[in-house]
Write a protein that binds this ligand. Structure first.
Ligand code: CTP
Length: 422
């Protein structure tokens, strides 16, 4: 088979089991099935009864060129017990989409259909890509179940944020098939863990107080208008969530975003650069590390009109003045805090990032070219270079913002974060 995608060569010759559960995102699983087969894998699909109400099994049969299984008691080959046979043969299992109901069943050890029965017998790595309404995703039962499964060694491919089929905007949208393929391919390559071994949740940030800033700032012109930027807050929220999962006490100081803040994190909502400056400095003394992912405005209108500005006939000019540089102030007042900055550049990325390390007295900077596809603002992934204060730089591949968040904390720990606290 000709494999044109440079990312998916590790799937060639592997037996992959795709479990499709009943959510509207089941239609995206068809695209995933097609990509997995094109990558040279022998794909077997198990659908739940409700998944088959969204997409016809024939779709998956045609794409996988294998019979699609729905019924636990459908034993087509008398020589084997089909759910045990499939479980034994799989090199890797992926559940996409995984509904809240499915997560509950797996976490409860329930085996009442072909998919859940097979999964109890599987010993290969299992990737779960949840998809559901944003409030369902945030329900404590769903979170508990995911946590339990994660602790048992299941791998999660976090849902993306965006417009959901139910009309809400938020976290819950099935990760794009291409990104799922990329994640499993990297796993099979051993780049992100070894096959058969699941990454344990290490509480390596326990005892540390971490401050993350996220999102854009808004600089008012009048009560109606403001200047802002394209930051969605995804990178900062991912950093806060990852730090929380690794045991840190996290304060998230955020500009206005559409995101649901992670549970168990202290959230301070802010609007302008000045608000954010005040909030950050009010907690800074007690903090061990700061990750300044927020896109802070450098300028604000010099005058803010209390009344709505009425239009006139001619042009309209707004005079802008500088805002305080929060990170630079933190760099100046630094005692033992570990400072992580971000550099969003459109050219000469490393050069400018290195200048920012010096100017702002940082320990680590996360630099990215915002013009690169799959990087920067309004995406779920990022492609960055990590640069430390000695100028040592490390180019990372395209990663989801959550994966990148973990890499950033890994690097901070390597560079000495927390060493003085012991
Ligand atoms: N930053 C800050 N306060 C500001 C501006 C930026 O704390 N008023 C922080 C950002 O949160 C980021 C880092 O400084 O972590 C670099 O931000 P960036 O916008 O890339 O650089 P600037 O310092 O604003 O410089 P320039 O706009 O000239 O690139």
């Amino acid at each position: 088979m000709i494999n044109q995608n440079p990312y998916d060569h590790n799937l060639d010759g592997k037996t992959v089991l795709l479990g499709v559960t009943g959510g509207i995102a089941a239609y995206k699983a068809a695209a995933l099935a097609s990509k997995i087969t094109q990558a040279g894998a022998d794909l077997h699909v198990i659908m739940t009864e409700s998944a088959a109400r969204f997409v016809q099994p024939l779709t998956f049969q045609t794409l996988s060129r294998n019979h699609v299984i729905l019924d636990t008691f459908e034993e087509r080959d008398p020589r084997v017990v089909s759910h045990i046979d499939l479980a034994d043969r799989a090199d890797l299992v992926i559940i996409a989409p995984a509904t809240a109901n499915f997560l509950g069943k797996l976490a409860g050890g329930i085996a009442d259909d072909m998919l859940t029965t097979t999964l109890l017998a599987v010993r290969a790595p299992v990737f779960i890509a949840p998809a559901m309404n944003v409030h369902m995703y945030d329900h404590p039962a769903v979170k508990e179940n995911m946590k339990k499964l994660y602790d048992w060694g299941y791998h999660f491919i976090e849902p993306g944020e965006g417009q959901l089929a139910c009309g809400y905007v938020g976290k819950g949208r099935l990760e794009e098939p291409e990104q799922i393929l990329h994640t499993i391919d990297r796993f099979l390559s051993g780049e992100n863990g070894t096959m058969g071994e699941s990454k344990p949740v290490t509480k390596d940030l326990k005892g540390l107080k971490i401050l993350v800033t996220a999102g854009p700032t808004r600089e008012a012109v009048d009560p109606v208008r403001f200047f802002t930027n394209r930051s969605t807050g995804k990178m900062g929220y991912a950093l806060a969530e990852a730090a929380r999962d690794r045991g840190a006490d996290v304060i998230l100081i955020t500009g206005k975003t559409h995101l649901v803040p992670p549970d168990g994190v202290q959230v301070i909502q802010t609007e302008s650069a000045q608000n954010m400056y005040d909030a950050v400095l009010s907690v800074y003394d007690d903090i061990d590390a700061v990750a300044k992912a927020a896109a802070v405005a450098d300028y604000r209108p010099a005058q803010v009109s209390e009344k709505k500005i009425k239009k006139g006939d001619g042009a309209f000019t707004v005079e802008m003045e500088r805002t305080p540089d929060i990170l630079k102030t933190l760099g100046k007042r630094k005692t033992s805090q570990f400072l992580i900055g971000f550099a969003a550049e459109s050219n000469d990325v490393e050069h400018y990032a290195k200048m920012k390390i010096q100017k702002k007295n940082l320990d680590l900077i996360v630099a990215n070219n915002i013009l690169e596809e799959g990087a920067g603002f309004e995406t779920d992934s990022n492609i960055v270079t990590l640069i430390d204060r000695n100028g040592r730089s490390q180019n990372l591949p395209r990663l989801s913002k959550r994966e990148l968040a973990d890499k950033i904390w890994d690097e901070a720990l390597k560079l000495g974060l927390g060493a003085s606290a012991e």
